[in-house]
Ligand binder design. Structure first.
Ligand SMILES: [Zn+2]
Length: 478
């Protein structure tokens, strides 16, 4: 039996605000436990929430950047549940009237464009964090840190339009890049500012109705999302082929073991007894505000990709890589403005630079080689001072030392030998030392020529221009 995989993702993104969504506590990451708290975010009796306008503004921006319609009159709702990391006993979220609906994100796995629908985007507050035993003290105790309670989030809910783990990963990549470009979230997955829940089900190929789905919660890396989905699909197929049925449940992913496991049976919306939040007025968003936000929206990844292909005449593949993040795109544009050979610049950034940065886990904005340094290197290649091979060595040294290419070339005497009389004398030397090979060549064994070129290059310590060596050698030997 062939199965079709059906995936919908719920992504929680932390909005980039200084303060929390309903109080003025700081959202700064890494503070001592419970330092960023006040009676409001600790859920003390009698306190009242006040909506942070900046959070709303960023949430509207998120909706518009993902082609959502803004619901002109939306409102907050209470989602009631009891858990030690939720001091109020309810979470302020949105339910029947979310901020945005009917959006979309385009993905292009294997080059074919596919539109992934967004059901809704709503605002909500984050919960706190439980730390069980371990470093904090007693192994049999649990500790709670409320620094995260009340941190503003948007939840972005996709339609069940994704059909493979790769598509899910591609969707997340595109979504993250949109949030980054729109400057609504720093998308830092290690710090928990981007998390994903994956709804996965399977159905026999051709069947219309969906299978029973499971939800795997709190996946905090793209790789884990992909692996958790792959595992979940295999598991569900096995269950069905054994004649059993899938339980609708919430699962967790164990990244060490690479498996998902059941956490609890899945709640339905009515389990949360949602009702409109009585402490906050409904939110009315004017057309002017929407128009203003649209005008402020920076160029988004898809538009930038198109423009890069048009303006710089680079292949689509290059444009995709170079627009993965705003930082990479800015770096590229700065470089091309200094040196117009757009494809050459692209090759160096995609190849050498991104590879080195990836090795270090470093962002391009922290690159030890700045655009002007990279261009300095490319100009030395163009002038013939450096061969392509030497340039790579110089590049590595630039990366390690943050020195300019010229400085390194001068200090190490690395410049390529382009003076033809200097090369001629090396050629003569080689011809004298290898009279047998010269004879063989003259007798028609042309392969020997490559050997002789190699000998000259060796004598020049790799610093001669190979084209020039070829030409001079041919002149001499023929
Ligand atoms: Zn607070």
């Amino acid at each position: 039996m062939n199965y079709e995989i059906v995936i919908g993702l719920e992504v929680h993104a932390q909005l980039k605000t200084q303060s929390k969504i309903f109080c003025s506590c700081s959202t700064e990451f890494g503070k001592p436990a419970n330092e960023n708290t006040c009676p409001v975010c600790l859920g003390m009796p009698g306190v009242l929430p006040v909506l942070n306008k900046k959070a709303l503004q960023l949430a509207i921006r998120t909706c518009l950047a993902t082609n959502c319609h803004i619901v002109p009159m939306n409102r907050f709702a209470r989602k009631n549940y009891f858990y030690p990391d939720l001091p109020k006993g309810y979470q302020i979220s949105q339910f029947e009237l979310p901020l945005g609906v009917d959006g979309s994100v385009n993905i292009a796995p294997n080059g074919t464009k596919k539109k992934i629908g967004l059901t809704r985007i709503h605002m909500e507050e984050d919960a706190g964090k439980l730390i069980h035993g371990g470093n904090l003290g007693s192994l049999d105790k649990s500790y709670v840190d409320f620094n995260r309670t009340g941190v503003p989030l948007v939840e972005i809910v996709s339609e069940p339009d994704l059909r493979s783990a790769e598509e899910a990963r591609e969707y997340l990549t595109q979504l993250k890049s949109i949030l980054d470009y729109a400057e609504v979230s720093d998308c830092n997955m290690e710090e928990g500012s981007l998390r994903c829940d994956a709804n996965v089900s399977i159905r026999p190929q051709g069947q219309r109705e969906f299978g029973t789905r499971t939800e795997t919660k709190n996946l905090n890396s793209f790789r884990f999302v992909q692996r958790a989905i792959e595992y979940e699909v295999d598991r569900q197929i096995k269950v069905i082929e054994q004649g059993d049925s899938i339980a609708q449940e919430t699962r967790l992913y164990d990244s060490d073991k690479g498996v998902t496991f059941s956490m609890r049976s899945k709640e339905e919306a009515h389990d949360y007894r949602y009702f409109p939040e009585p402490d906050l007025v409904p939110i009315e968003i004017s057309d002017e505000w929407i128009k203003e936000t649209i005008n402020e929206l920076p160029e988004l990844p898809e538009q930038k990709r198109e423009r890069f292909i048009q303006t710089y005449k680079i292949p689509e593949y290059d444009a995709n890589v170079l627009t993965t993040s705003r930082e990479i795109a800015d770096y590229y544009e700065k470089s091309v403005s200094l040196y117009p050979k757009a494809k050459v610049v692209s090759n160096w950034i995609m190849g050498e630079l991104l590879r080195e940065l990836k090795k270090d886990g470093q962002r391009i904005s922290k690159s030890p080689i700045r655009p002007e340094d990279l261009i300095g290197l490319l100009k030395l290649i163009e002038k013939g001072t450096l061969s392509a091979k030497m340039a790579k060595t110089v590049f590595e040294e630039m990366y390690q030392s943050s020195k300019s290419a010229e400085e390194i070339v001068n200090k190490k005497g690395l410049a390529q030998i382009t003076d033809s009389s200097a090369i001629e004398s090396l050629v003569d030397e080689v011809l004298q030392l290898n009279t047998d090979q010269v004879k063989q060549y003259r007798n028609g064994k042309e392969k020997v020529f490559g050997f002789l070129v190699g000998q000259v290059m060796k004598k020049a310590k790799g610093q001669a221009d190979p084209a020039q060596v070829n030409k001079l050698l041919k002149d001499r030997i023929s």
